[in-house]
Ligand binder design. Structure first.
Ligand code: G3P
Length: 217
């Protein structure tokens, strides 16, 4: 499963990218607003730091303008993925951008029927928002399972990008459900390594090693 970061916090992204296991990045208009950085400068910085796919969202309301924005955004860096909303205008734009070999990510997906539309439009990624479904008392991970099953029946090549991740459990449950990618906020990503039994075990190993008086180097 690929690990993307869901963030525009450049310093945090640089720090976590040093783990060597970040496969890509997703942004959205709210994260762009949060960055308080000129758009072109921010996207260039992010696409220079992250070598894998970087999703950047269009903001137009009609497909013609989405396509124009998508073409412009795609030219900003080789690893750009154009994010489009799950609307009929977004589906139309996705179909045309995909036919131009521009990678696309259809976002704000909350149902299997929406995911099928994105797959039929040739989307590279579909982004089911599992955290926001949970917030609405709907089982978000169950949507991942449904989409995975549906896509397997028809050999759809669209990758399932689990988004709106709130907890470590969302990451593991998305993996169990067969998501191709999970896009993780930096705080949740940082917590993935934590376990109290690991800390406890390492403390004992270190203590016993000190007592052994041995040296490796
Ligand atoms: O960036 C897309 C998605 O991950 C946003 O999630 O936390 O705003 O529900 P969130």
């Amino acid at each position: 499963m690929d690990f993307f970061l869901d963030s525009t916090d450049f310093e945090e992204i640089k720090r976590l990218n040093q783990t060597g296991i970040i496969d890509g990045l997703t942004t959205n208009p709210s994260l762009i607003y949060k960055a308080k950085t000129p758009f072109d400068q921010l996207i260039n910085n992010l696409c220079s730091e992250i070598k894998g796919p970087v999703s950047v969202e269009t903001v137009a309301e009609n497909s013609e303008q989405m396509i124009n924005e998508g073409i412009k955004i795609s030219k900003m860096a080789k690893n750009i993925v154009v994010k489009l909303p799950m609307t009929w205008e977004g589906i139309k734009a996705c179909k045309q951008l995909s036919e131009m070999s521009i990678k696309t990510n259809v976002t704000l997906c909350f149902s299997s029927s929406q995911a099928i539309l994105a797959a039929k439009a040739g989307a590279t990624y579909i982004s089911p928002f599992i955290g926001r479904l949970d917030d609405a008392n709907v089982d978000g991970v169950q949507l991942i399972r449904e989409i995975k099953l549906i896509f397997s029946h028809y050999n759809y090549e669209t990758k399932i990008l689990a988004a709106s991740i709130r907890t470590k459990n969302h990451v593991t449950q998305s993996a169990l459900a067969g998501a191709d990618v999970v896009t993780i906020p930096p705080k949740v990503f940082s917590s993935l390594v934590d376990h109290n039994l690991t800390d406890k075990g390492l403390k004992i190993f270190n203590s016993d090693w000190q007592k052994s008086g041995q040296k490796i180097l």
